[in-house]
Design a binder for this molecule. Structure first.
Ligand SMILES: [Zn+2]
Length: 402
């Protein structure tokens, strides 16, 4: 295999059936490629009660600093309706300039391009002056319990430290060069429960309809807006995802109502400050009587999920510049610096070193006929090549200036 050719490195990875949590040969294939480039591989399996064991890979080239990390995952989501695929989901077939396969963009493609970029850099000018490591999990599309979070802690315990990281998840909405992610919104989910008294709709004075109280409480969650956003982040947003009583009759007032909601929040909040603000809103709204004339305050409880994720913003200008400059050179486009979208494993990495994200175009991820244009593979390989060289140059220039 020619490691400098991303169509070859990607085809080898796509042909491994690594549907979460199966390793499927993907980490073995990647380790073999990395050994060829001089990396030292460390394969480690993590376990936790109630979740499947997951294999992970930490691989490092070099022993000195500065130290650049590339992070990603070789696991993929299930193929779904396999008959609906026009090409085999693990075949890596190329039709009209596009390679088909589960994981083509999310995110075996990102990994393949990084490996090929590194192979080109090494071929052209030798190993970088410092270290490069790959931190690769098989648990990103699953519960994410036996993956990146544990692998980072494991590597740190062995003395590993990093100066910067890039995550190769698909970040471009339409075309290569659209968008770099320099942070992410946080996520917090909650459940609101209102208790009433069940009864006949014709005799409401004998009952207490929990939906009356629920309407006031939900309105208080939605209005006024949480904030107006800022330079780097869109406004925080709360979505109510269900309001349910389990009631199928139109002549029965239900005994209780439950609402579920999720907030995607910017860096003006922590999960704690947000939960406190929402509890305060509910407390005030629970006392209001407009929807429940003459009644006692609403009887309710609210619970926030313990597994929230924080918002973060990367402030390492040299890292952001090195990546933006590489994207500009390879695509001719100035990428937007964005914090939009869902959460990613960058939320764990940001506790260890500054992290940015750039990868392929995300349009077909998780879909039937997931596929990537070969020209996009070439562009991303070019971006990573220029990024690796530019980042190490900036590091040595910075060291001389110091
Ligand atoms: Zn992914």
């Amino acid at each position: 295999m020619k490691l400098t050719d991303p169509t070859q490195t990607l085809a080898a990875l796509i042909r491994c059936r690594s549907v979460t949590p199966a390793e499927g040969g993907a980490l073995t294939t990647l380790s073999t490629m990395l050994s060829e480039l001089g990396f030292a591989n460390d394969r480690v399996t993590f376990s936790d009660e109630g979740t499947p064991d997951v294999e992970n890979l930490y691989s490092r080239l070099g022993t000195s600093g500065p130290h650049l990390m590339f992070a990603g995952h070789t696991d993929v989501v299930p193929v779904g309706d396999e008959d609906a695929w026009t090409q085999g989901p693990f075949g890596a077939d190329i039709i009209d300039g596009e390679m088909y396969g589960r994981g083509a963009v999310d995110m075996k493609g990102g990994i393949a391009c990084f490996v090929s970029a590194l192979a080109r850099v090494i071929e052209r000018s030798g190993t970088p002056k410092g270290s490069v490591s790959l931190l690769i999990t098989g648990d990103e599309e699953g519960p994410s319990i036996n993956g990146t979070e544990k692998l980072l802690a494991y590597a740190k315990a062995k003395g590993e430290t990093w100066d910067a990281a890039v995550v190769g998840e698909p970040t471009n909405p339409d075309k290569m060069g659209d968008m770099i992610k320099i942070g992410r919104r946080g996520s917090l989910s909650g459940t609101l429960r209102v208790d009433g008294v069940q009864g006949h709709v014709a005799y409401p004075h004998l009952a207490d309809n929990p939906l009356r109280g629920m309407v006031s409480l939900v309105e208080a969650l939605l209005d006024p807006p949480l904030d107006a956003g800022n330079e780097r982040f869109p406004p925080s947003n709360l979505e109510v995802t269900s309001i349910d009583t389990g009631n199928t009759a139109t002549n029965v007032i239900p005994a209780r109502a439950t609402a579920r909601f999720n907030i995607r929040f910017n860096d003006q909040w922590t999960a704690e400050s947000l939960a406190a603000a929402l509890r305060e809103r509910l407390e005030q709204a629970g006392k209001a009587t407009n929807t429940r004339p003459g009644r006692e305050p609403v009887r309710y409880s609210v619970d926030f999920d313990a597994r929230s994720s924080p918002s973060f913003l990367t402030r390492d200008d040299a890292l952001i510049e090195a990546l933006s400059e590489a994207v500009k050179q390879a695509t001719g486009q100035t990428p937007a610096l964005s914090t939009t979208g869902g959460t990613s494993d960058a939320r764990f990495i940001k506790d260890y070193c500054p992290v940015v994200e750039f990868g392929l175009v995300g349009k077909t991820m998780h879909m039937v006929d997931e596929r990537v244009a070969l020209s996009d593979l070439e562009i991303l390989t070019g971006v990573y090549e220029k990024f690796i060289e530019g980042w190490f140059e900036r590091q040595s220039a910075g060291a001389e200036a110091r």
